[in-house]
Design a protein around this ligand. Structure first.
Ligand code: ADP
Ligand code: GN1
Ligand code: MG
Length: 363
């Protein structure tokens, strides 16, 4: 049993039956602290997900959780309408005993979800079929969100995928050089600067109205979709913290960034990192088959830019965090964020090298 927090008291605040039998860290998210909770209910084990919400990043937890309530209620209704099982096909919040979506112990904020059983989130593509199914799941999720009233949503992290703003943050981190690391990563800084022109590619297309702002997920990596252990189908899109205005190109691009990597996102040997073009095509097929007719021609044309931009931006964010002293993404070893930045830069180089092929695949 993990004892980082007073789990007995925390779990006791939620509407769960039985006694706490176990609580262990779970998953590989970089942002929240996730635990798998086991309750013993008269000899029967029931699992839940408990998360300590990262309130350094999500500063208005009440508004964040209001978004999650709205989105999960909306998904639940649509799953019911198509005759599906909402307990497996969308996230289900467990309310506190006084009916709230989260609890606060004076310092930390916690929320609980029904544990989706017999389904897995993958850290890497094992089989192209899985990647195809994840694309169908994220495409369907985008299609579903097209019906969601955007005006209800609080913009949790403004400018989340505004690459120009990300670049300005990066420049500020280089200037400040809070940990004296800038000298050591001079060539990485130079690489980011050399690609600065990329920054406006999508932001400008949104600003000029060339492509629409939509309600999007904004964090569509493979480990944010659960695949059914028996059917292999993508059953539930999870990690809804960043559902807010965005672009389909962001969502498509972020999945490509993570899934079309021949190695892990944090592989220390960048020589092992390659952009797998065939997986890109697999994802493109799955995504376009599910996203619906609403996607515009221009959005389609810009999907490959989404892949380059999300990868460039993520690499820049990892390098920024390295310069700032590893304060944003959870790290497990010295230089972890730098390794992550290297993998992203390598992927961008390889994407740009076959960019015409990426564009041709869309056509
Ligand atoms: P983070 O924001 O830190 O990435 P996530 O919400 O993605 O946190 O959760 C981390 C991991 O926990 C997921 O990748 C998934 O493996 C697991 N997980 C999250 N919610 C559930 C759930 N309801 N049922 C089963 N596993 C879950
Ligand atoms: C974070 O929460 P998680 O681990 O699914 C991050 C994403 C990054 C990703 C890189 C809220 O995602 O933006 O692309 O790490 N989420 C937030 O792996 O910043
Ligand atoms: Mg996640």
């Amino acid at each position: 049993m993990n004892n980082e927090f007073a789990f007995q008291n925390i779990v006791g605040q939620f509407q769960v039956e039985g006694t706490l039998a176990d609580c262990e860290r779970y998953g590989e998210g970089h942002i929240n602290d996730t635990f798998k909770v086991t309750m013993d209910d008269a000899g029967k084990c029931v699992h839940y997900i408990l998360q300590r919400i990262n309130n350094r990043l999500f500063t208005d937890v009440a508004k964040l959780m209001r978004n999650i309530e709205l989105v999960t209620d909306f998904c639940r209704k649509s799953v019911l309408a198509r005759g599906g099982d909402p307990m497996r096909e969308c996230l289900t919040l467990i309310r506190t005993k006084d009916g709230q979506a989260y609890c606060h112990d004076g310092e930390n904020y916690f929320r609980m979800y029904v544990f989706i059983e017999n389904a897995t989130t993958y850290q890497a593509v094992r089989d192209p079929k899985d990647f195809y199914e994840s694309a169908v799941a994220f495409g369907s999720f985008a299609n579903l969100l097209a019906e969601f009233d955007a005006s209800q949503l609080y913009e949790v992290l403004p400018d989340f995928h505004n690459t120009k703003v990300r670049y300005a943050n990066f420049e500020a981190a280089v200037q400040k050089d809070a940990c004296g690391r800038a000298k050591e990563v001079a060539s990485e800084i130079e690489w980011v600067n050399a690609h600065k022109d990329l920054c406006g590619k999508l932001v400008d297309a949104i600003a000029s109205g060339e492509i629409p702002l939509r309600v999007t997920h904004n964090d569509t990596k493979l480990n944010n979709v659960m695949l059914d252990n028996e059917t292999g189908k993508g059953i539930a899109v999870i990690d809804l913290d960043t559902v807010m205005p965005g672009s389909l190109c962001y969502d498509f691009g972020d999945s490509i960034r993570f899934g079309c990597n021949s190695a892990a996102e944090d592989e220390p040997d960048a020589g092992k990192v390659h952009f797998v073009f065939d997986l890109y095509k697999t994802y493109l097929d799955g995504y376009l088959s599910a996203v619906g007719e609403g996607i515009t021609q221009r959005e389609k044309e810009l999907l490959p830019w989404g892949a380059v931009l999300m990868t460039y931006e993520c690499g820049m964010r990892f390098l920024t965090d390295y310069l700032e002293g590893d304060v944003y993404f959870r790290t497990h070893r010295p230089g972890h964020n730098l390794d992550r930045a290297h993998t992203q830069f390598k992927l961008v180089d390889e994407m740009l090298a076959c960019f015409e092929k990426m564009q041709a695949a869309v056509k």
